[in-house]
Design a protein around this ligand. Structure first.
Ligand code: E4P
Length: 220
């Protein structure tokens, strides 16, 4: 399973990249709005240079024609750009045009297997299914994800599924259990994935026991 980081925060990206477990990054306009003191292009370029893998940058136009223009410009920012396109009729029109130009796309704001199927039909490189936002309205997020994974397998779609809107480590584990290609994870959730109290207790105990061993070795 690939793990993407869901952030536009360079410090978070640099830290996670240094841990050696990040395969890509996803951003959106909300995540960019949290970063101060950068122009969009400067920050996007810096992220693209920091990550050895796909980086999703989102378009904000409403019409397919405008999305395609925006996407072409975004695509010039680096070799690892993936253009994020909101789901919809105009969005899928843009995805079809961009995929025929070889520009990679990530169809975002997908909340049902039927939407996921249409995005794959349009030639999307990735489709992002939002788990947390489905949970928020008491929908069965994992049924949506599992059904989409099964549909893509049935027809060998090359489109990869990203489990997005991840709120806690169990979202990632459940996505992995059903064979989702990718989970895009906020930094805080990634940090939680490292944690287990028994690991901390175990390390403390090994350190203490080692100290004891060294002390007794000195005496002998
Ligand atoms: C996906 O690519 C989105 O950036 C993200 O996962 C949305 O998450 P949210 O529902 O926490 O805003």
């Amino acid at each position: 399973m690939k793990i993407f980081l869901d952030t536009a925060d360079l410090n978070e990206i640099r830290k996670a990249v240094s841990w050696g477990i990040i395969d890509g990054v996803t951003t959106n306009p909300t995540l960019f709005s949290k970063q101060k003191g950068f122009s969009f292009e400067d920050l996007a370029r810096e992220i693209l240079n920091t990550v050895d893998g796909p980086v999703s940058l989102e378009v904000v136009s409403d019409l397919a024609e405008d999305m395609v223009k925006e996407a072409r410009n975004l695509n010039k920012l680096g070799d690892n750009v993936v253009v994020k396109i909101p789901f919809g009729k105009e969005g899928l029109k843009a995805v079809r045009a961009l995929s025929s130009e070889g520009i990679k796309t990530n169809v975002t704001l997908v909340f049902s297997p039927s939407q996921a199927l249409l995005a794959a039909k349009a030639g999307a490189t990735y489709v992002s299914i939002f788990l947390g936002r489905l949970d928020d309205i008491s929908n069965e997020a994992f049924k949506v994800l599992a059904d989409s994974v099964e549909i893509f397998r049935n027809y060998d779609f090359r489109t990869e599924i990203i489990a997005a809107s991840i709120r806690h480590p169990m979202h990632v584990v459940q996505a992995a259990l059903i064979g989702t290609d990718i989970a895009t994870v906020p930094f805080a959730v990634l940090e939680k994935m490292f944690k287990h109290p028994l690991t901390d207790v175990g390390i403390e105990r090994f350190k203490k026991d080692w100290e004891q061993f060294l002390q007794s070795a000195k005496k002998d």
